[in-house]
Design a protein around this ligand. Structure first.
Ligand code: URP
Ligand code: ZN
Ligand code: ZN
Ligand code: ZN
Length: 462
């Protein structure tokens, strides 16, 4: 099966140039001057007037994640379909080691959830929630299976939390085995004290979620994570960074030449803490951790994205329905399952950011495709359009618009954080390994097309 994508402008992190893209089977075989290469094709995709971009790489999703007595509402089937609708063709999801279980059990469970169900390709990170001699030993084998990154939590005591000794030991081991340590940087012990005090004072509404998860407790944990990583001599990647003060810690470390990286997420760029104060418990829709911050943090995050102190935009897609899930926390904000939907909206929101003057077109692709692929050992197979790359290609129409709404989105969740918002640009056609999975509003993908990606170690070290 040969496909020619013609008439568009190919946009990668490195270049923007009028070109045809030639695909043979699952692979890009040439990017050529318009009409220059005679190429018999079974399918021609017209990209006139459009960007031809690499499929999005979302390095932070939680399909079916257990949290707060329930499960994230997207399965691999529904979540990867929604990703494709939004122009994302690769996700890296978090397999979870439960307390008292092995890494092997956690990884097997995640393979079972994904295998045969995913519409696009997927990899796994491994969440360590029980760092002990056995799990430290297992890390090498896990890296050998292409799961080359490990997340630990400084938050959520009693659930996913690791103490500093456990984090240091796992960082040392990650350094030895070629794994990248990802850290959820919030001081969970201190936050739990503030939660207890808030509830005792009758402050039970969602808005107090934002108050107890103080920006300084994100900054302190970020500082500590950097120090532990330096002591361990291992690289560090801080997930879902939201606070100016935490960003300053990353910037300072990077200035010193430390291999410290961070991502932020669209919710911190496009929404702020005021959403948590919506009446009628609606604020629960915006409960995630780290929390939404006051709007003044946003300009600093945009600056960090331009300066590369923030290297990646991922979604932290972890949806819970308002009815039946978020409402577990009526009368106690600490029982609201943490997380927001986003896997379908990221590429479009970031394109809007280009029009708003926050990012260049190439930086859009760098943050959403190329760098996440490099950071997590998938480049140049994913994250770019070049001979030899997987034919994960999106035809993106900058002249169309996208209106975000629960009534029309494809994520399995009963609300949109961006309800009614219109962004400039729209996904027109999506190829996943050479197969057209979406074309002009018609979904053509299927569960099981997506394959597990064995990843290399991080390719982004300084
Ligand atoms: O609120 C969030 N972020 N939920 C997902 C779990 C995590 O900490 O990433
Ligand atoms: Zn987290
Ligand atoms: Zn997460
Ligand atoms: Zn544009």
């Amino acid at each position: 099966m040969r496909t020619r994508i013609e008439g568009g402008a190919v946009l990668t992190a490195a270049d923007q140039v009028a070109a045809d893209v030639l695909v043979d089977g699952e692979t890009v075989v040439a990017v050529a001057a318009p009409g220059a290469v005679p190429f018999e094709a079974d399918t021609v995709v017209d990209a006139t007037g459009c960007w031809v971009i690499p499929g999005g790489v979302d390095a932070h999703t939680h399909m079916e994640m257990p949290f707060g007595g329930t499960y994230a509402s997207d399965t691999f089937e529904t979540g990867t379909r929604a990703a494709a609708w939004g122009g994302t063709t690769t996700i890296v999801d978090f397999a979870i080691q439960s307390r008292g279980s092995s890494l092997r059990e956690g990884l097997d469970a995640w393979h079972a959830k994904a295998e045969g169900n995913a519409a696009i390709d997927y990899g796994f990170h491994m969440i360590l929630s029980d760092v002990n001699d056995q799990s430290l030993k297992e890390m090498e084998a896990v890296v050998g299976e292409g799961v080359t990154s490990f997340k630990m939590f400084m938050a959520y005591p009693g659930v996913f939390y690791s103490d500093d000794g456990q984090i240091l030991r796992a960082m040392q081991r990650a350094g030895e085995t070629g794994g990248l340590t990802m850290i959820h940087a919030e001081n969970g012990i201190a936050i739990d004290v503030l939660v207890e005090q808030a509830l005792a004072a009758g402050r039970t509404d969602p808005r107090y979620h934002g108050e107890v998860r103080h920006a300084l407790l994100e900054a302190e944990a970020t500082h500590r994570a950097i120090a532990l990583a330096r002591v361990a001599g291992a690289p560090l990647y801080v997930v879902h960074l939201s606070a100016t003060e935490a960003l300053a810690e990353i910037a300072n470390a990077r200035e010193m030449g430390v291999n410290a990286f961070a991502e932020t997420c669209p919710q911190y760029l496009f929404l702020d803490v005021d959403e948590l104060a919506r009446p009628g418990f609606e604020g629960a829709k915006f409960v995630c951790s780290t929390p939404l911050r006051p709007a003044e943090h946003q300009a600093n995050l945009w600056r960090g994205l331009r300066s590369d102190d923030l290297s990646v935009v991922s979604t932290d897609h972890c949806p819970f329905c308002f009815t039946g899930q978020k409402d577990l926390g009526v009368g106690d904000f600490s029982k609201i399952p943490n997380g927001m939907p986003g896997v379908e909206t990221r590429m479009n929101l970031l394109h809007q950011a280009v029009l708003d003057g926050h990012l260049s077109h190439r930086r859009w692709i760098e943050l959403a495709c190329a760098t996440p692929a490099r950071m997590f050992g998938l480049y140049p197979r994913k994250g770019t359009i070049a001979p030899g790359s997987d034919a994960d290609v999106v035809v993106y129409d900058p002249a169309a618009t996208t209106t975000h709404s629960a009534a029309t989105h494809h994520m399995n969740v009963d609300y949109s954080p961006y309800e009614g918002r219109t962004t400039a640009g729209a996904v027109r056609t999506v190829l996943s390994r050479g197969r057209v999975v979406l074309d002009r509003g018609e979904y053509l993908g299927e569960p099981g097309h997506g394959r597990f990606l064995r990843r290399e170690p991080c390719q982004y070290l300084r």
